[in-house]
Design a binder for this molecule. Sequence first.
Ligand SMILES: Cc1cc2nc3c(=O)[nH]c(=O)nc-3n(C[C@H](O)[C@H](O)[C@H](O)COP(=O)(O)O)c2cc1C
Length: 364
Amino acid sequence: MKRRDLLWGAGALALVGGSAAAISFYQTGSSEAYEAAALDARSTLAQNPDLKDLVRYATLAANGHNTQPWRFHLTDGRIEIRPDLSRRTPVVDADDHHLFVSLGCAAENLSLAAQARGMPGDVRFDPAGEGAVTFDYARGAAVQSVLFDAIPKRQSTRSEYDGRAVTADDLKALADAAAVPGVDVKLITDKPGIARVRDVVVAANSVQMAQDGFMPELKSWLRFNPRAAMSMRDGLFTATGGNPAIPSWLGPIMLDLTMSASSENDRYSAQMISSSGIAVFTAEKADHEHWVLAGRACQRFTLQATALGMKVAYMNQPVEVESFRPELASLIGLPGRRPDIVIRFGYAPALPYSLRRPVEAVLV
Ligand SMILES: Cc1cc2nc3c(=O)[nH]c(=O)nc-3n(C[C@H](O)[C@H](O)[C@H](O)COP(=O)(O)O)c2cc1C
C-alpha cells in the first residue's frame, strides 16, 4: 500500500479486525470528535467575515501531504500567502513544486471566498525573497459562484469510482472552470487513454516506492487514528483513504507488513480504470509563478467537479518522479513541457474529510 491511498490488505484487515475490539479508546480517540472537528473547520463562511475567517476558507484548499505549507500575513487591503519552508517534503517534492502549487490552491479559495463576500481582488505572484502570493482586495459587489459554494465540500477521495461517464456539458464546465491563462489542461476520458496514463502512474509508483527516504518521509506525515490526527491537525489521516483507526505504534508496523509496490499498483490501476476521466495540468513554464497558476487551475477544476457531484483524487507519481515527466508530457501531446498535476475524476460516495490547523497557527 502507499501513502495517500491507504487501504490495508485483506489479510492485514483480518489481523487488525481480530484485535480491534481490544484496542483501547485512549490509543485511537473518538471518530465522532474527529468528524465534529472536520465539520467545524468547514462551517459556512460568515456573511461579513473577518480576515481570519477568509484565511480559514483558504486553508481548506488541497495541498501536498496535507502539510499546509503556508503562512498568511494580513494587512488592510492585502493578504499575503507566504511559503512555510519548515513544512517542505524534500523527498517527494525536492524543488518545492507541490509547495508552490499548494499556495496557488489556497490563493484560489481565498479569492473566491473574498469575492463571494464583497471583497473582490487580484492574485499575483511576488518573486521577492522566498516568493509569495499576494491578494489585493477592495470593497465591491458580492459575486456568488458554485465554486465558492463547493469549497467546504471538496475533498480528495481515494477510492474506486463507479465508472460512469461524464456528460459533454459537464466536461465543458470542468474545462471552462480550469481555464487559467498560462496553464494547459488536458482531459482524457477514453478508456485506452486512461489506461495509458495508468501505465505511467504505476511504473512511476514502483520507482518512487523504492526511492531512498520516500517511506520515512511519508510515515512522518501519516496519522493512523483520530487522536493523532486531531493532535496535529495536519498530515494524511489514514481513515480519509477508507482505513480503520489503529494505534500510532501499530501503524508503521502495519505499513511495513502490508505494503508492496505490486499491491499498490493493483489498487491504483483499479482506481484509475474506475474513474470517468483524468485531467493533466501543465503550466507554460516551470517556475514558482507558474506552479502557483497550476495550483489555481487545479483548485478551480476540483471545485467545479465537486459542484457537479463528482469526486477527485490526485495521482502525481509521474510528475514527482522526474524521469517519467517526458513520457507523460508526450502522452498528453505537450512534449518538452513539465506536467504539473494529474487528477482523476468520477463518481463515488464521500470519505471522511481531512483536518486543518487553526487559523492562529498559520498567521505570520
Ligand atoms: C500539489 C499537490 C499534490 C498532491 N499529490 C497527491 C498525490 O500524489 N496523491 C494523493 O493521494 N493526494 C495528493 N494530493 C492531495 C493532498 O494529499 C490533499 O489535498 C490533502 O491531503 C488534503 O486533503 P483534502 O484534499 O481532502 O482536503 C496532492 C495535493 C496537491 C495540492
